[in-house]
Write a protein of this length. Structure first.
Length: 100
């Protein structure tokens, strides 16, 4: 809980994180700190997900409605999930590792 900007300012950006789920909660953030948080993520190689988390969030859990998802540039969570489930995912570069 609290302003995500504080976490992002102290993040060791050399630690690999594939997905950030950022909760911009009324009372804990301002438009300025939300802007700074988004900018900091983008400056460090993350892009806002094309999909909306609310698609999987029932209205009864209203607290996820202000969440924004940022992905490591080039990371595809769907391909990674398919690989973990054994659906024969093959990375584009032909390696056996792929995104995790």
């Amino acid at each position: 809980k609290g302003d995500p900007l504080v976490i992002l300012l102290y993040m060791a950006w050399d630690i690999r994180v594939d997905i950030w789920i950022i909760q911009f909660q009324t009372g804990n953030t301002t438009p300025a700190t939300e802007f700074q948080s988004r900018a900091l993520l983008e400056q460090n190689g993350y892009v806002k997900a094309d999909w909306d988390v609310r698609r999987w969030c029932p209205n009864v859990l209203g607290n996820c409605m202000n969440n924004e998802i940022y992905l490591r540039d080039g990371f595809n969570p769907i391909s990674a999930a398919r690989a973990l489930m054994g659906f024969g995912y093959q990375p584009k570069d032909g390696s056996s590792e792929g995104d995790r």
